[in-house]
Design a protein around this ligand. Structure first.
Ligand SMILES: CC(C)(COP(=O)(O)OP(=O)(O)OC[C@H]1O[C@@H](n2cnc3c(N)ncnc32)[C@H](O)[C@@H]1OP(=O)(O)O)[C@@H](O)C(=O)NCCC(=O)NCCS
Length: 396
């Protein structure tokens, strides 16, 4: 069997979308074309096919995206459209393409990778780990209650785009996980988002001026909460009231969406509907480059150091085969090369990813280590249990 891996190009793109359509249960090619052409982080140069004896049988792509890490930003490879022709499965083709994608990410400064799947074993074999995400479910009440007065809600207008993008930037600057959306991304997003279903992008106005937005999608009996952005808690309250109203009017029984645990959104929505928080195991991450991830997170580490600004001894963070020195000069964090005599915190990739993304219980390895108490406190301070969110609007 002759195996070749090739980058996608324009002249084979038709066959690629046909392969994707066939592999995803005869989905319309249009779906993939829309998403690729509408997402500026897609490039043929980051999409690969595997040929078996000259026949195209498998495909994987990596979008080049950036994640907000509070004040920091981490570039990541978003793995998507993983597909093998039904007649050529279980021969290791997808696994080979994933390996190729990992090589690409390592060579091209994509220190982290994120994907969504129901077939975790495929990705576990290639170094990805489940990083549970918080999913909110709410029962839709029989009647919608009005939100605060002084606000009106109107459909999105193109002229509001830059302003809303700047609100988004601000609103996400305290969260871990959301996509860092460029204006261009915002502009082109509706073209492929609408393939997902009946999407509404509603803008909340306070005394005539935009103050936030909410995007929802009606999918059968479920109202999907795609993303919410507000300039104040009250705007979030209006967004929640509006989402519940749309659910009631559309005959939905359930509201569902990925959320940041403990966020204002969760608190406000609880005032309008019965909510439950569950976790989803469909989100997986891969650590491609420890130092690259820490470098991206540094601005947020500096911000977190405000709670514990005193200078302290350095510590080596040893994760899998990599090690980076975290130094704690007064008020900041610096990265360095490990030195003999440093205290060391040893973690698996999965433990590190959970700590990075602020999962509950992820600090346990710090508490259980034999590091000095003050160094433990520094580490707990820069890796707090923030939780994380990657909004459904950005699903790929
Ligand atoms: C999922 C999919 C891409 C796998 O492609 P593939 O080329 O058959 O995968 P591989 O042969 O490289 O599988 C490698 C390992 O992944 C795991 N794996 C692959 N497919 C699996 C499945 N359907 N169920 C459980 N484990 C699976 C196995 O551990 C497998 O090793 P094994 O065959 O030695 O047991 C293919 O089944 C597909 O196109 N499915 C439809 C589209 C889809 O769901 N894509 C994934 C979206 S995240």
């Amino acid at each position: 069997m002759d195996i070749e891996i090739r980058t996608v190009s324009e002249h084979i793109y038709d066959d690629v979308t046909k392969l994707l359509g066939r592999s995803y249960g005869n989905r319309d090619d249009h779906y993939f074309r829309q998403q690729h052409s509408g997402d500026p982080s897609y490039s043929h140069d980051r999409a690969w096919v595997l040929l078996e004896d000259g026949k195209m049988v498998s495909h994987v792509l990596a979008y080049d995206k950036v994640m907000r890490y509070g004040a920091g930003r981490i570039r990541f490879g978003a793995i998507g459209d993983v597909a093998t022709d039904p007649e050529h499965r279980r021969r290791g083709h997808a696994a080979k393409l994933l390996e190729n994608a990992v090589d690409y990410m390592k060579r091209n400064d994509l220190p982290l990778s994120l994907l969504y799947t129901g077939t975790q074993s495929l990705y576990e074999g290639a170094g990805w780990h489940v990083v549970p995400a918080t999913v909110l479910e709410a029962d839709v009440p029989a009647e919608a209650r009005p939100g605060p007065r002084a606000y009106t809600v109107k459909p999105f207008e193109e002229s509001q785009l830059r302003l809303l993008a700047s609100y988004w930037d601000q609103a996400m600057s305290n969260l871990v996980g959301p996509l860092d959306r460029s204006v261009e991304y915002f502009q082109r997003q509706p073209s492929w988002l609408r393939v997902r279903g009946d999407i509404e992008w509603d803008v909340i106005h306070r005394v005539g001026h935009p103050a936030g937005f909410v995007r929802t999608c009606v999918n059968g009996e479920t109202l999907e909460l795609l993303d919410v952005c507000g300039t104040s808690d009250e705007v979030i309250q209006v967004a929640c009231a509006w989402a519940v109203r749309r659910a009631v009017e559309s005959g939905c029984r359930k509201i569902e969406g990925r959320v940041a645990p403990g966020s204002i959104l969760v608190r406000e929505l609880a005032a309008f509907a019965d909510i439950r928080l569950t976790t989803s195991d469909s989100q997986m991450m891969r650590l491609n480059d420890l130092e690259g991830v820490l470098r991206g997170a540094l601005p947020e580490f500096h911000r977190r150091r405000r709670h514990n600004p005193l200078a302290d001894q350095p510590v080596t963070l040893a994760v899998g085969d990599s090690a980076v020195r975290l130094e704690f000069p007064s008020g900041t964090v610096a990265l360095g090369t490990p030195e003999d005599g440093d205290g060391t915190l040893e973690l698996t990739d999965k433990q590190f990813l959970h700590m990075l993304m602020g999962l509950p219980g992820a600090q346990e390895p710090i508490a259980e280590s034999s590091l000095r108490p003050s160094v433990k406190s520094q580490l707990s301070n820069i890796f707090p249990e923030t939780g994380h969110v990657f909004w459904d609007a950005d699903a790929f």
